[in-house]
Design a protein around this ligand. Structure first.
Ligand code: ZN
Ligand code: ZN
Length: 262
């Protein structure tokens, strides 16, 4: 990525992150109000149990697209064509929330719809992912008690999304994976690739950037997968988090080393 493109991308992620913070509260309140599900043990979680306020989702979409246009206005690695906002808006507004979730969880669907909208797959996935993320975070909060966590899960026990970040607990040294969509975290073996299941230490390793042991990239040479990891052992502040900026830097470093985002 070229230098100013990286800077713009970081700005875009920070702005979208602020948008999420703003919308998460609104969405949580809306969903709680509309939520009519019964606390029955047998009933499985379903998106059908929620009513999605169209106005809120449309407002969020408009703001995400506005930010995209502001920071990535021209043809670049994200867009093969100039961004046609009204076309994308009309298209996404014609889909239900359920449909959007099905699209984002299926690579073939992403490819198909990205082509329809003249967008690169990554930019189409970016829009949909960031549109549904605050909803999943809110739903995961509401459904928290029903999430059944298995230690062996290599994908989110709640929404089945692959993890992309992890943290290592300070005192126990245990590793927890974090879902990028709904924010659920769950314990996972420390010496094991979450993507291919490889446990052979010869193929597993990590590297740090900026001489900072808090933030590292754990990788697997078998499947080329990697996961950005916060090692609390080196953190003074307990509330430390990844910033969007840092995540971009770690992704770029991982890609340079030949690893692939899974
Ligand atoms: Zn999840
Ligand atoms: Zn692997």
């Amino acid at each position: 990525m070229k230098e100013n493109l990286v800077e713009n991308y970081k700005c875009l992620l920070m702005e979208v992150d602020l948008l999420h913070k703003k919308y998460e509260e609104i969405i949580l309140n809306e969903l709680k109000k509309s939520h009519e599900y019964q606390q029955e043990e047998t009933e499985n979680f379903s998106l059908e149990n929620f009513e999605f306020n169209e106005k809120t989702i449309n407002n969020l979409l408009t703001e995400i697209l506005y930010s995209l246009k502001k920071y990535l206005p021209k043809k670049n690695i994200f867009f093969s064509n100039a961004l046609d906002i009204s076309k994308i808006e009309n298209y996404i507004k014609s889909k239900s929330f359920n449909e959007l979730f099905k699209i984002i969880s299926n690579k073939k669907e992403i490819k198909k719809f990205a082509r329809t909208l003249n967008l690169k797959q990554s930019s189409f996935a970016f829009i949909i992912f960031n549109l549904i993320k605050p909803y999943f975070k809110a739903i995961a909060k509401i459904e928290k008690d029903r999430i059944k966590i298995e230690k062996k899960d290599n994908f989110c026990p709640f929404c089945k999304t692959k993890p992309n970040i992890a943290y290592i607990q300070k005192d126990t040294g245990k590793r927890f994976l974090i879902c990028p969509l709904c924010g659920t975290s769950w314990e996972f073996a420390r010496i094991k690739c979450p993507f291919c299941g490889n446990e052979d230490q010869r193929y597993l390793g990590f590297f740090i950037i900026n001489d900072d042991y808090k933030f590292r990239v754990d990788y697997c040479k078998k499947c080329k997968g990697y996961i950005k990891t916060l090692n609390m052992k080196y953190a003074i502040d307990e509330n430390i988090e990844f910033t969007p900026e840092l995540l971009v830097e770690l992704d770029i470093a991982a890609e340079k080393e030949g690893f692939i985002m899974k």
